[in-house]
Ligand binder design. Structure first.
Ligand code: ADP
Ligand code: ASP
Ligand code: MG
Length: 411
């Protein structure tokens, strides 16, 4: 029988009414003849609350215990969803990560999925269960402890389970009716995109568009999972994430993404010699700190400043790691700026069009927004700005690249 994956995010299971609404959508698909794997997030706000508890108890927390705490939100919603489905006459059973099992690596807090054993779940479908309700965001690590997949990780659970079950479709139900040219909460003129290429979605997600977790897009691309983002609260068609070749109209810039939770660290007066970068970024990698933008200034007297950015969640860990490596690296001072944000423009059209960066910088300068750091890739340009200018930067770039009109401008 054909299998469908339906993932419901936090706002889609925010209370019992929302869970009932989501369960009705699932029942409709069951009645249409599908076997359904439902992936649920925690109720909205719940994971933040749990993370807050952990941080209050210990700033440099033990990631294994962090996972034990924060994975609990999904356990609650998976049980409630199974119960709600049962009350609608649907034969449903909940599954925690360890029960499947969904095996991860040991990187607690942002673990990667290594393997999903679907034998038990498929056997349950064969026994007559129509729905497997899976707790998103969680799995089990090699040392048999609960592991979580990083914030927004239920998207990744959904895509990975869809791939493992060879599902016909993976629908991500959320509180917007698709992927927009930018977050519609920041730019009300943002436009829904009907189809977006995996590469663009990957870049938008990794630059902060939290509508999909980056790893979910990576997995969908690798395993060719048919992926759609759509609304839990309407039946409007969503956004299909697909191969580039399936997109007829291609734009120079497809979207603007932003990340307000950045922090900038500058190590002052670092020796400009081989091995220094490795001495800085090696320990950060070992501490599971994800470093994003990196700038090294020119040195005049054999010493230089090294600036890099990290997600603000990783800031305490990054700072502690650098203080511990101070003698090894040999820097003089550490200056932190937690008041920064990153804004990026993304589009596969940049491969064949020049001038995007220039147009971006001109638009920002017209609004008086100062650029602190710049990075580029084949299909994106990112800038670091003072956080208070982030919204302004997003809106002015959205206008500069004519993203609210369906007829797109070229560079
Ligand atoms: P869920 O709880 O369903 O996983 P998220 O809050 O993680 O939902 O993601 C949905 C949110 O992503 C939207 O409410 C929207 O504010 C935000 N978002 C950011 N960028 C975009 C974008 N380009 N298109 C659509 N939504 C976006
Ligand atoms: N509940 C987790 C979070 O808030 C996972 C998810 O919603 O995808 O990050
Ligand atoms: Mg999400």
């Amino acid at each position: 029988m054909a299998i469908l994956v339906m993932k419901f995010g936090g706002t889609s299971v925010a209370d019992l009414n929302c869970i009932r609404n989501a369960a009705q959508k699932v029942k409709r698909e069951v009645d249409a003849g599908w076997q359904v794997a439902v992936i649920v997030s925690a109720m909205s706000g719940e994971t933040n609350k749990l993370v807050g508890y952990v941080r209050e108890v210990s700033a440099l927390y033990d990631a294994r215990e962090y996972d034990a705490v924060v994975a609990s939100g999904e356990q609650v919603t998976s049980g409630l969803m199974a119960l709600t489905l049962q009350s609608l006459g649907v034969n449903a059973r909940s599954w925690q990560g360890w029960q499947m099992p969904l095996k991860t690596d040991a990187a607690h807090g942002s673990a990667r999925i290594q393997e999903i054993d679907t034998t038990a779940m498929l056997a349950k479908f064969d026994e007559g269960f129509d729905v497997a309700v899976c707790a998103g965001f969680q799995g089990v690590s090699p040392d048999n402890r609960i592991a979580t997949l990083g914030r927004g990780g239920s998207d990744t659970s959904a895509v990975a389970i869809a791939a493992a079950l060879e599902a016909d479709r993976c629908d991500i139900y959320t509180d917007v009716d698709g992927v927009y040219t930018t977050d519609p909460r920041v730019e009300p003129e943002a436009r829904k995109i009907d189809r977006i290429a995996f590469e663009e979605m990957l870049e938008l997600a990794s630059q902060g568009a939290k509508v999909l977790q980056t790893r979910s897009v990576e997995l969908a691309m690798r395993y060719k999972v048919p992926l759609q983002v759509r609304s839990s609260f309407s039946d409007a068609p969503g956004t299909i994430v697909c191969d580039e070749e399936e997109i007829v109209e291609s734009n120079v810039v497809t979207g603007v993404a932003f990340s307000r939770d950045e922090a900038k660290i500058t190590l002052q007066n670092v020796a400009d010699r081989p091995g220094v970068a490795a001495a800085i970024f090696g320990p950060l990698a070992e501490a599971n700190v994800n470093v994003d933008m990196i700038v090294q200034n020119i040195s005049d007297d054999g010493r230089t400043d090294m600036t890099f950015t990290v997600h603000s969640d990783d800031f305490d860990r990054a700072q502690a790691t650098m203080e511990a490596a101070k003698d090894e690296v040999g820097f003089e001072g550490l200056v932190a700026d937690r008041d920064v944000a990153k804004v990026s423009v993304v589009g596969i059209g940049m491969r064949s069009h020049t001038g995007v960066a220039q147009r971006m910088f001109a638009a920002l300068s017209e609004e008086g927004v100062n650029i602190q750091v710049i990075t580029t890739s084949e299909i994106k340009v990112s800038v670091l700005v003072q956080r208070k200018y982030m919204e302004l930067a997003v809106r002015c770039l959205h206008t500069a690249f004519d993203l609210s009109d369906s007829g797109q401008a070229s560079a």
